[in-house]
Design a protein around this ligand. Structure first.
Ligand code: G3I
Length: 379
């Protein structure tokens, strides 16, 4: 017992020392944030936006805690980014590396597997699960889609080949796929501004799920979308979609709620109610792209302690809601959409101003948002 405590203390010491020694490598300039009024970490009462962690997320969690990762940052040598991803998370989603615009950028014949394979290699070395993202989306699709000059039947055959090629390439290496991403409007109807809808008709989702299953009988198949925690009409649209797939005998294993949320929206009761609706389908539930916006109206020029505290509390609430609302056998996990604030898709200048939506500062400092998650996971 004493020996275990000693090892734990020793690991903590190295964890803290390594974090404080790490430096960043370039990137656009985004303030590392205000360290608060007194910066005193000794009595646990300080008003700092950062803290010294005692635990990593993955060692405390009873389900998968993942990250949306950028392959080029993961693989650059001596990467602090890579050490944080390896240390904190036991699941990885490729932020971009497995999207059609990367894997199949120009012609249907030519594939670029390297970025996705690098993610797989990293995950294997770090004993992490990989979630595939994403096969069919109206953004970041293969380069040949827009210029396709054949008939609709030929288009459909080309999409089938693409889906089966990609699923087969990663067969046995990814646990799961976001098969279709963001196919619904906020009122729950099918999005029409998608080349897949326009050329294959409204059954395209059923077809794509069927092809993915044919290519890999074991991989978990997800439908993934945003605003599901906030918009009950869209949530109901997902339930209808799931039912229509099931009625047609098409496999679907899970639902991904992206969870791009704000500190003040949606409310916890709204999130809980929408998650409950989706949980009632009996499918796996993945909070797949969690980030918490703190500066929606652009009033902050740096991250203040109060904003960081609000954010900590929202992260904590979200993990508590996940824990309490989703039955254990439906918990696929929670994935945070990026590492440092500066790495977020919301920066730079998503709304012509900065935001600090993630768990790590510019120099990989641990934000108190991380502590909020630890508190939720340990409760
Ligand atoms: O790779 C090029 C690089 O060569 C070029 O120099 C650079 C110049 O801007 O762009 C790079 O590509 C960017 C890519 O991210 C990789 O960093 C694209 O411009 C940029 O549009 C792309 O943004 C991604 C975004 O999806 C596209 O919609 C974000 O990283 C990614 O986090 C984000 O993730 C999506 C999910 O997949 C689906 N749900 C919404 C979420 C947020 O948009």
């Amino acid at each position: 017992m004493k020996h275990t405590k000693f090892i734990t203390l020793l690991s903590l010491f190295f964890l803290i020392v390594s974090c404080s020694n790490e430096s960043t490598s370039g990137g656009p300039s985004l303030g590392s944030g205000n360290t608060g009024n007194d910066g005193d970490n000794n009595n646990g009462q300080s008003e700092s936006i950062y803290y010294s962690p005692q635990y990593s997320l993955k060692e405390v969690a009873s389900y998968y805690v993942g990250v949306g990762a950028t392959w080029s940052r993961l693989t650059s040598s001596g990467s602090n980014y890579g050490s944080i991803v390896g240390r904190e998370f036991n699941s990885i989603t490729a932020g971009n590396a497995m999207k059609g615009s990367v894997t199949n950028p120009e012609t249907i014949e030519e594939y670029n597997w390297e970025p996705g394979d690098e993610i797989i290699n990293f995950a294997e070395e770090n004993n992490q699960r990989v979630h595939g993202h994403t096969l069919i989306w109206h953004n970041q699709y293969p380069g040949w889609i827009d210029s396709f000059s054949g008939t609709d039947e030929q288009f459909e055959a080309a999409v089938e080949k693409y889906v089966k090629d990609v699923v087969s390439h990663y067969k046995g290496k990814v646990a799961s796929w976001d098969v279709v991403n963001e196919a619904l409007e906020s009122n729950g109807s099918l999005r029409t501004n998608s080349p897949f809808y326009q050329r294959m008709g409204e059954d395209y989702i059923k077809k794509v799920f069927t092809w993915a299953r044919e290519a890999d009988p074991d991989v978990k198949l997800f439908y993934n979308d945003y605003s599901l925690a906030s918009t009950s009409s869209k949530t109901q649209g997902v339930v209808n979609l799931v039912n229509s797939l099931k009625d047609a005998g098409v496999d679907i294993d899970g639902i991904g709620l992206q969870m791009h949320i704000r500190v003040d929206y949606p409310t916890n009761s709204t999130i809980t109610s929408n998650v409950k609706t989706l949980t009632d389908t009996g499918l796996l539930i993945h909070f797949s792209e969690l980030d918490v916006i703190v500066n929606d109206n652009g009033s902050l020029s740096e991250l203040t302690y109060n904003a960081a505290l609000d954010q900590k509390n929202k992260y904590k609430d979200v993990f508590e809601i996940y824990d309490e609302t989703v039955p254990d056998d439906q918990k696929f996990g929670v994935t945070i959409w990026g590492v440092r604030d500066i790495d977020s898709w919301l920066n730079p200048n998503m709304n012509n101003h900065s935001d600090w939506p993630l768990l790590f500062g510019l120099e990989y400092e641990y934000k108190i948002a991380h502590e909020g998650i630890i508190e939720a996971l340990k409760d």
